[in-house]
Design a protein around this ligand. Structure first.
Ligand SMILES: *Cc1c(COP(=O)(O)O)cnc(C)c1O
Length: 404
């Protein structure tokens, strides 16, 4: 059993008032709040060891380099990568996906196929469209059903020896659906395709085991898992990272530079050109330690309780419809109320201190599928409470009365 009040005390922002009301923060799918230990670690880095990494022989540079590499090792353990050099620091999920999609530009041929799912965030659609435009490859899409679940028979039918890449999210940001990625990875590998998993919405709720999943790439952001913005990780299997060309050229990523020819550094440095977000990379390790100290099993159990409670309470509201009714879900509820634009509800409940996301959630194809302009999305974290859900339900009812 988690002591939620004690956990909430770790997050200074949660005791704030917004618009004169206590903050109810249900926009965790967009970014999570940060515990004091993470905020302190960021300050401590700049106060005590700030220096550039992998360059100087001086003491601070060594300290900063060690802290950065210790963090990489921690993340390697956390996701169970085989080697630390398979763990690349990025600025976030978007960066990680673009690193991979750009790399495939030198591998794909006209007529090759890339499969994405209908549930993707724009950042796992657009880079692949750009890749297809550049290479003449063809983009194929796994459809969803009315519950927001992928139609697996249709996925099976899309696969062929032309399939070179399959990419999809672990958990959908717009609907909260948990995708059967293990099945998809197995099927994709059977035709020789590489698989990238967008784990942005998964890592706040669970601990991915990249070896057990056997995915080729797994991308995520630090800021959705209690870490700083501008941080992220791209896991890639060693053989794939060796095969892909570097994404950016610059300092740090070279072995030797002459004007005739440059040779690239070994992994992971080949993909880490320039001075990275050093503080952020170190502090992402702190955030992961924090989450592990609470325990992902505890987090999941409690968040499932919040999800069930919110689903039940929201469905008491007349005319309310939930999108994403599949069985396997993370703590996200996406909904609309008959005849009312989601933006109007969002604006009114904001005045009552409740922060939710309204709109298409960077997933317009899903909204098109359901023929709606967007939804109201409440996404819960382990620091949220049932009382807060009650407050949201009351606020939504009030908004409904005002607007109808
Ligand atoms: C947030 C999110 C992204 C993009 O993450 P950034 O941190 O903005 O790069 C990609 N995919 C999913 C599923 C997301 O939720």
């Amino acid at each position: 059993m988690l002591d939620i009040q004690q956990i909430r005390a770790d997050f200074p922002i949660l005791s704030q008032k917004v618009n004169g009301k206590p903050l109810v923060y249900f926009d965790n799918g967009a970014t999570s709040q940060k515990p004091q230990i993470v905020i302190d670690a960021e300050v401590k880095y700049y106060q005590e060891i700030n220096a550039n990494i992998h360059r100087g022989v001086h003491t601070l540079s060594q300290l900063a380099t060690d802290a950065y590499e210790i963090s990489r090792g921690k993340i390697k353990e956390h996701i169970n990568a085989k080697f630390a050099h398979e763990v690349l620091f990025t600025s976030g999920t978007t960066h990680g996906i673009n690193l991979v999609s750009n790399g495939f530009a030198s591998i794909l041929k006209p007529g090759d196929e890339v499969i994405v799912s209908s549930l993707e965030h724009h950042s796992n659609i657009v880079p692949w469209q750009m890749l297809c435009e550049k290479t003449g490859a063809v983009l194929k899409v796994i459809p969803i059903d009315e519950n927001g679940e992928l139609i697996l028979e249709d996925f099976d039918a899309l696969l062929s020896e032309k399939t070179k890449v399959v990419t999809l999210n672990h958990i959908s940001n717009a609907l909260g659906i948990i995708n059967p990625i293990k099945y998809i990875i197995g099927k994709a590998h059977a035709v020789g395709a590489a698989v990238l998993i967008d784990g942005a919405q998964a890592v706040p709720h669970l601990k991915p085991d990249v070896q057990e999943l056997d995915c080729d790439f797994y991308a995520f952001s630090g800021h959705k898992m209690c870490g700083p913005t501008g941080t992220g990780i791209l896991y890639g299997k060693e053989e794939w990272l060796n095969k892909l060309p570097p994404y950016q050229g610059g300092g740090e990523m070279i072995k030797e530079v002459t004007f005739e020819k440059t040779t690239y550094a070994d992994l992971p440095h080949k993909f880490e050109a320039g001075t990275p977000n050093i503080a952020g990379g170190i502090v992402l390790g702190t955030a992961i330690d924090y989450l592990n100290s609470i325990g992902f099993e505890n987090i999941q159990e409690y968040e499932n309780e919040l999800l069930a409670y919110a689903t039940k309470r929201l469905l008491e509201i007349e005319g309310l419809k939930i999108y994403g009714t599949g069985k396997n879900k993370a703590s996200v509820v996406s909904f609309n109320i008959d005849g009312i634009h989601p933006y109007d509800i969002g604006s009114i409940i904001d005045k009552l201190g409740i922060a939710v996301r309204t709109g298409h959630h960077c997933a317009q194809p899903i909204m098109n599928f359901f023929c709606i302009p967007g939804t109201i999305r409440a996404s819960f974290s382990f620091y949220n409470t049932k009382e807060e859900i009650d407050q949201m339900v009351e606020a939504v009812k009030k908004a409904q009365t005002m607007l109808s």
